[in-house]
Design a protein around this ligand. Structure first.
Ligand SMILES: C[S@@+](CC[C@H](N)C(=O)[O-])C[C@H]1O[C@@H](n2cnc3c(N)ncnc32)[C@H](O)[C@@H]1O
Length: 240
């Protein structure tokens, strides 16, 4: 009988569609000049955005020190994480994104701001959290405005699921925090349902929704949601 290999992430739907958009000249330049400083080179599995199972890194080696670690999943253009890294030099930051032009922009802005406590990884976020980061090594994980996949037939692509909660639980330190934000009410409801039921997490807010996280800067996605009259929902869950 033929051997069936281990199931990989590629057997499941991923939460992104890779945009083929070419990078601008400035972005290409930023990539060439700044990748050595900011971008983590990860061993891959089957797909270009995958992370090999044995790819684990030691954050202390990566950043050259031991410090609090904050990971942003789907960092887009990098506005939130560059701002946070510049404001909190005592903390280390990791941006996880599959959108190359966004990563190039993030590196450019980080360099312009003189930010050194930030690294970027171009990969599928659940694989980064599960395989690249050691267990119980992350203080906060941020997921702001994840792709909403609002059509019913696409719902299975949503990032925040019970399985995702389990992966995040493994990476967070005790007392660590998962912060979420979305402008799609039914995704906010899904996040609350999934996270309220997730083993190892406790709500870190009272009332229906968390107050706006003050470390979250306004991005185009939030602005667009507001312009369309949507409520912005923040959620926060503590690892217990
Ligand atoms: C709607 S955008 C929001 C970007 C940013 N957080 C903001 O608020 O401006 C979602 C981003 O998540 C990225 N993304 C989606 N699924 C991902 C995954 N599994 N791994 C890494 N990045 C992902 C997309 O490429 C996209 O840039």
């Amino acid at each position: 009988m033929p051997e069936t290999g281990p199931r990989t992430y590629r057997d499941k739907p991923v939460s992104f569609v890779r945009r083929s958009g070419r990078m601008s000249e400035a972005q290409e330049r930023a990539w060439t000049q700044l990748a050595d400083r900011y971008l983590i080179d990860v061993p891959r599995d089957a797909a270009a955005t995958s992370v090999a199972r044995d790819a684990q890194v030691d954050p202390a080696v990566l950043y050259g020190r031991s410090a609090r670690l904050v990971v942003e999943i789907g960092s887009g253009q990098g506005h939130a994480i560059v701002h946070a890294a510049a404001a909190r030099p005592d903390t280390d930051f990791l941006a996880v994104e599959v959108f190359k032009a966004g990563l190039a922009r993030t590196m450019r802005d980080a360099d312009a701001a003189g930010v050194r406590n930030l690294r970027l990884v171009e990969a599928n976020a659940p694989e980064v959290v599960q395989h690249l980061l050691p267990a119980a090594s992350v203080d906060e994980i941020w997921v702001f405005f994840p792709d909403p996949w609002h059509k019913k037939r696409h719902a299975k692509r949503r990032l925040v699921t019970a399985e995702f909660a389990g992966i995040v639980a493994g990476a967070l330190v005790e007392g660590g925090m998962l912060r979420l934000a979305t402008d799609w009410q039914d995704y906010a409801d899904q996040m609350a349902e999934v996270m309220d039921a997730a083993p190892g997490f406790r709500r870190a807010f009272e009332g229906e929704w968390a107050p706006r996280f003050d470390g979250r800067v306004m991005t185009a996605f939030e602005r667009k949601g507001l312009a369309r009259g949507r409520d912005i929902r923040d959620l926060a869950y503590r690892r217990v």
